[in-house]
Ligand binder design. Structure first.
Ligand code: HQG
Length: 200
């Protein structure tokens, strides 16, 4: 029987859990660079969902955020970013654009404006290169709020930025002085420059 899109999403979420957070749920370990053996992953996921190599390849190929990558020889797989367990996925240090975006929930604003952006359970703070993506990320947590991050200034001040294989910008923390609340209409797709900026 052919899997539906929602079946694939359910399996993909389980794979994310394994490759980013809890490989132990299927009794495997990731290597220091975040790789899992494809055969071990298939065996472990297969105890819960019908999966084979072809389906895993379809999930990797069609993933909307390109969350996963196979090793060059195809024997290993890892998540491109989003980990809470300490692995080094060999992210290149990269010069960010002048402005990046972070979407969060309104209820976190007071804390964020007091202590800056912290990675919380993950290894890095996740930043987007466009406001629309940040808005979607924020909506996962509640009523969305978007912050502009003065990434270029941070870089000039010595902070390091990494660009994941799937285009997510990562950095360890963002002090509050580099944040401005963004009051644009990202969800409607209007240009970020049209929004007003409130200094935090
Ligand atoms: C918030 C998804 C209070 C932060 C997305 C966020 C992303 C603070 C939450 C990726 C804070 C952590 C990551 C502070 C940060 N006080 N709250 N000082 N500093 N926070 O899920 O960025 O679909 O770990 O704003 O697309 O929401 O899973 O991070 O709301 O790229 O592939 O603490 O996950 O990708 O939440 O999302 P998360 P995130 P996937």
């Amino acid at each position: 029987m052919k899997e539906t899109a929602s079946d694939l999403t359910r399996i993909s979420k389980y794979i994310s859990l394994i490759l980013r957070h809890k490989p132990e749920v299927i009794g495997i370990e990731l290597d220091p660079h975040g790789w899992a053996e494809v055969n071990a992953l298939l065996a472990g996921v297969g105890r819960r969902y019908a999966i084979d190599r072809a389906l895993l390849e379809e999930i990797v190929r069609t993933d909307d955020k390109q969350r996963y990558a196979f090793s060059a020889d195809g024997t290993k797989i890892r998540a491109n970013q989003g980990h809470s367990i300490p692995v080094d996925v060999e992210l290149p240090v990269s010069d960010p654009p002048e402005t990046l975006y972070h979407g969060t929930a309104a209820r976190f604003s007071a804390s964020i404006e007091a202590e800056g952006l912290l990675p919380k359970s993950r290894l890095y703070v996740h930043l987007s290169s466009d406001a629309e993506t940040a808005e979607k990320v924020g909506r996962r947590h509640g009523k969305p709020v978007i912050y502009l991050v003065s990434a270029g200034q941070m870089r000039r001040d010595g902070y390091l930025f990494y660009l994941s294989a799937n285009g997510v910008w990562l950095t360890r923390t963002v002090p509050a002085r580099y944040l401005q609340k963004f009051d644009g209409e990202a969800a409607g797709g209007s240009a970020p420059a049209a929004g007003s900026r409130d200094t935090v």
